[in-house]
Design a protein around this ligand. Structure first.
Ligand SMILES: O=C(CO)COP(=O)(O)O
Length: 247
């Protein structure tokens, strides 16, 4: 039985002060029916971590090297020093705007896993790819590339987020049927790589305009084990409404 995992991806939103207030308001409301988390900008991670007893605190990115001449980057050692053990990797906004590729996502996966941290690796097709009917080819390519050289022991603890790019921040959600179909397919790709036992352990989230009202039904889909939530995770009341939806 896979425990649901709901993570808010704050993207480039909220100051340290905003973050402290949010964590103070939401952390104690978390229940045991899911793992609850937020991914914050780097600067707010320490404050979030200090205030959180229940919430998982995740970074939104990291670098794939230990250290060196990489201006503006953050290493996993720096994240671990402040107690961060979760990292979102390969979000479509990083692929689209910051040159993230399947190769860099894979290098980051290996770096994160080798440092005993947990990646939430994002895959998903653009609107053009969706309309061309190539969704499954795209997510397969991204998934296989992300897991290159990942050992079976490590693979089982990876979280995959299926986020159709056309559903991010647009108010358009994939129907539960579409999301389930693609998440089941992603699980079958993991099974091809590692066998069914590992595939059954991997938690797969859906992301793209998730709202508190739709959360329960989304999680009733057999291959959807959680959500990666943008906009609806930024407001205390709507985050709490998601928690309440799973009570
Ligand atoms: O990109 C997302 C989460 O990573 C989804 O964002 P929205 O929930 O705002 O569509």
């Amino acid at each position: 039985m896979r425990k649901p995992i709901i993570v808010g991806n704050w993207k480039m939103n909220k100051t340290i002060a905003d973050t402290k207030a949010f964590v103070a308001a939401v952390d104690s409301a978390c229940n045991d029916n899911a793992d609850w988390g937020i991914a914050t900008p780097y600067l707010a991670l320490q404050a979030a971590k200090e205030g959180a007893k229940n919430l998982i605190i995740a970074a939104e990115n990291c670098h794939f090297k230990d250290s060196g001449a990489y201006t503006g980057e953050i290493s996993v050692e720096m994240l671990k020093e402040i107690g961060i053990e979760w990292v979102i990797l390969g979000h479509s906004e990083r692929r689209q705007y910051f040159g993230e590729t399947d190769e860099t996502v894979n290098a980051k996966m290996l770096q994160v896993l080798h440092n005993d941290m947990t990646p939430i690796v994002c895959v998903g097709e653009t609107l053009e790819e969706y309309e061309a009917g190539t969704t499954k080819d795209v997510v397969k390519t991204q998934t296989v590339a992300a897991f290159k050289d990942v050992c079976p022991n490590c693979a089982g603890r990876v979280v995959i987020a299926y986020e159709p790019v056309w559903a991010i921040g647009t108010g358009k959600t994939a129907t539960n049927e579409i999301a389930q179909d693609v998440c089941a397919y992603i699980r079958s790709v993991v099974a091809e790589l590692y066998g069914q036992e590992v595939a059954d352990k991997v938690r797969i989230q859906y992301g793209g305009s998730v709202k508190p009202e739709g959360l329960k039904e989304l999680l009733e889909q057999p291959d959807i084990d959680g959500a990666l939530v943008g906009g609806a995770s930024l407001v205390e009341d709507s985050y709490k409404a998601m928690i309440a939806a799973l009570d």
